[in-house]
Design a binder for this molecule. Structure first.
Ligand SMILES: C[S@@+](CC[C@H](N)C(=O)[O-])C[C@H]1O[C@@H](n2cnc3c(N)ncnc32)[C@H](O)[C@@H]1O
Length: 65
């Protein structure tokens, strides 16, 4: 379901720069980093607690917040 939801974003290049607004714990971001390098992904969220959970995910260790 996550992959289907991301299809309209047309993430076709690993060097794209992506902002995941309301990224929370990074569930959707895990789908984004299948297509885009994590270092090019920025997660914005109003909850530092949610972001702390995202930071613990190995696949997201290089994302920016
Ligand atoms: C339903 S959760 C979705 C989280 C994530 N996208 C996922 O795939 O699991 C919505 C998130 O939006 C964040 N949020 C809500 N209002 C916000 C705002 N005004 N600015 C930034 N983040 C916000 C919440 O803290 C929450 O983490």
């Amino acid at each position: 379901m996550r992959d289907e939801a991301l299809e309209p974003a047309d993430l076709y290049d690993r060097n794209m720069r992506v902002v995941d607004v309301g990224g929370g714990t990074g569930f959707c971001t895990l789908g984004i980093v299948k297509h885009v390098d994590a270092k090019n992904v920025t997660i914005i969220d109003q909850s530092p607690h949610q972001l702390a959970k995202a930071k613990k995910k190995e696949a997201l260790k290089e994302f920016k917040d």
